[in-house]
Design a protein around this ligand. Sequence first.
Ligand SMILES: *[C@@H]1O[C@H](CO)[C@@H](O)[C@H](O)[C@H]1NC(C)=O
Length: 527
Amino acid sequence: MSGDHRYTALDHHAAASAPPAPPPLARLRNLIASPSSTARSRRTLAIAATSIGILIIVAAALHGGRAQDFAAGFAARRGRHGAGRAYEGMLETVLRYGEPQTELKKQMGDARFLTGMLFGGQSNQLLALINLLFIGKELGRAVIVPPLTGIHFGAGQHRPFHLVYDLPRFYSLTNIPTVPLSSFKTPGGPGNVDERVTCWSLMEKYTGAPNVHAVETGFEEHKIFTDFWAVPPFPRSSEGAVLEFGPVVDFLSNTTAQLEWVATTRREYLPQKSVPKGVEPSTVVAEDNVKPFFDPVHGVPPTEDDQLMCLDATFYVGDSVPPPPYPQHVPLDPWRVGRAWKEVGQHLHWLPEVEEHANDYLKALFSVKRAKDIPPYISVHVRRGDFKAFHGNTYTPLSSYVSAVADVRTQLQARLDRPSSPTSLSDKPSLRAFPIPPAEYAVVVTTDEPPGSDLYVELAELGWHVVDHDAQRTVERLGEWYPAMLDGEILSRGQGFVGTQWSTFSMLSGNRVEYWQGGVQVVANPR
Ligand SMILES: *[C@@H]1O[C@H](CO)[C@@H](O)[C@H](O)[C@H]1NC(C)=O
């Protein structure tokens, strides 16, 4: 279709964001080398020079804690270069060639692989990918990650996963071999061979129909077309909201169980359409009653290919976990803060250049010259847009965000007063103390509401800072992907976070504040 055209546009955006526009062949090298090595080495040099100076001063002043922090930060940055090499080593073992091929199989090394389809907005895509990566880890399979899709702009434009998230860093933190689909086949590449992949349909089990949103997975741009196969009736948990990880992983790792199940689906013509009201079930001919998009008789079952496994939707899979104990937290999707978040989600950081741009935005917002002078703040995500239509016909009132911010201030102060509370024993960092108390922290807001609306006036009256992508000309300068990436990064730097109920973007941002800053999150009361 218009694949070539889309990718020309994409390279354009990628070029604007720092790395020179890579030709398709160099893209993999670029991925291995890391996208902004020049900016980074410049920064590392500066840090090295500064750190030596500071270490001397600090050592002289016998002020060890500060120096330790600094050394840790330096090591983490230096670690990224090591991460690049480790990631490159991994790619060399799971891929056959240093450049994309025309067929998946031609590029697959000796490893076994897992891939999956996506749907919905970018946060939903990310949640599905986090689950996919977690299942890949559990199965011991390398994960082929499809591109992300901008459904709110650019008519479904795709962006390879490694041009949003820092995959070498992720690999060094998790050891999960994660390879972008674009390293197998060049998206829109003229020589690409048409391929069919049969995906286990978790979506049919959950919604009744398979995931036919192929556009939102980017498979077709790589000339990969999907067929679907029914899965067994997996148990649900968390009030029916998710298919439990455990039984799904057990089935996907058990070839005997899969072969038996395939025989069952053929014998019983699964999955069956439900019998309409008033129709006598005994009159239904099973063979003629198979759901659309499935063909258990002539189709190719997923078991035919042991090397490549595909799942049509992983958004609905999860752990059963109790809601977190936040007083005002109206749980969004509490069950999602399970193993997939802890073992995968928290380790997906944005590219270093996104972090750098976020520094620039925050410096401008607070009128300071250096990133280290950015004051501590509480971040707030006010999600509006289409939310009015489907949740009680009203937006969360601004007064709810105000009282949630007050709640966050109290919780932050309590945590600083009791630094040895259980959080310091968990896998989260401990909350940082600043010269000013949480009661005086600034507030930084991101919103999808257009500038010039009443909301902007009201936020200004509160003295809250709003990230304004129109004023900053973010799309023009950096491309359409940047507003959401920058909002995500800026929100995640808060010491505390206030989110909007039902917003998966809020949920992810709140989790990052907890796991990256040791902060607290509260969801504003929607009423
Ligand atoms: C795999 O599935 C078969 C058939 O359902 C079952 O008998 C067997 O115990 C399973 N193996 C494991 C390791 O769970």
